[in-house]
Design a protein around this ligand. Structure first.
Ligand code: CA
Ligand code: CA
Ligand code: CA
Length: 290
């Protein structure tokens, strides 16, 4: 009798603890709060490495964290990362588990709090954050791309693109609501390996005024799909020629016509919505205490 009761208690505790444990298990790396030294490059701090060759200015950790005021995202520790509109240093954060080989119906999410500094709205766009494939150093096999762009009359938008190429096979799709200046927004990008070739998607969920839901919304803000063309237009297709997904990357690229500096913080990546909107290490968020 006592043994049975004890076993039931163990089962209950295991069930209560399962949610945060699963969220942690589905993360590709621990949340990146930039609890690093401000005023210095992020390269060499934590697990961050240089993506390509040396470029200046540095991809610099700056003082203070970003927070998403409407809520749903835990408060951030430490500092944050500045991304400038200059062809400066790029960095990558390798997955501790190594390269992920995509399989049918797999999903890959990343999320972040992001702030545009309000300068140089510009009249074109460029991309500055994405998953990264192979090879590790110097690779431009970006997928699940975040792109920022201006309309030339002061408005700035965010969009997503499945891969980085210039053929137009997978055009960027922008969300229609402008990004407020100096006000943090929250975003999730979801890449889906749809069974078959040239049909994968990159979806953007953009939050500017609403609290971030604990469960995935029924539909994203916008979706970028592979259209047509001659490129190897599939996550699995790229894998067969040496791809896969193995890192997260942040890029600085010179274009005087694209929006000014950004700050990014609280970067999460994982295979589920829950793994990129919650903090498994935050005990107060566990169902046991709600
Ligand atoms: Ca932070
Ligand atoms: Ca596919
Ligand atoms: Ca660069």
């Amino acid at each position: 009798m006592n043994v049975k009761g004890f076993a039931g208690g163990v089962a209950l505790v295991a069930a209560v603890l399962a949610a945060p444990t699963d969220a942690a298990a589905n993360q590709f790396f621990p949340v990146q709060s930039f609890d690093f030294t401000a005023g210095q490059t992020v390269v060499g701090q934590g697990d961050w490495l240089r993506r390509a060759t040396t470029e200046t200015p540095a991809l610099e950790v700056v003082s203070g964290s970003l927070s998403y005021a409407p809520g749903g995202i835990p408060a951030s520790n430490g500092n944050s990362l500045r991304i400038q509109a200059l062809d400066g240093e790029d960095a990558r954060l390798p997955f501790p588990g190594g390269v992920i080989t995509p399989a049918d119906n797999n999903t890959y999410y990343w999320s972040a709090i992001l702030e545009w500094d309000g300068t140089n709205a510009g009249n074109t766009s460029s991309y500055f954050a994405a998953f990264l494939g192979t090879p590790a150093t110097g690779s431009t096999t970006f997928r699940g791309i975040l792109r920022g762009g201006g309309d030339g009359v002061g408005n700035v938008y965010l969009g997503t693109q499945l891969f980085s190429n210039t053929s137009g096979d997978n055009p960027t799709v922008f969300a229609s609501n402008p990004i407020p200046a100096s006000t943090p927004v929250f975003l999730v990008i979801k890449v889906t390996e749809v069974p078959g070739e040239r049909n994968d998607t990159s979806a953007l969920y953009l939050f500017t005024t609403q609290a971030v839901p604990a469960t995935e919304p029924g539909s994203p803000t916008v979706v970028s799909e592979y259209v047509t063309g001659t490129n190897t237009g599939d996550i699995q297709g790229i894998t067969t020629t040496g791809g896969g997904i193995q890192a997260f990357s942040v890029r600085q690229f010179q274009n005087i016509n694209w929006p000014g500096a950004w700050r990014i913080d609280e970067i999460r990546a994982g295979s589920t919505w829950e793994s990129v909107v919650s903090d498994p290490s935050n005990v107060s968020s566990w169902s046991l205490y709600n």
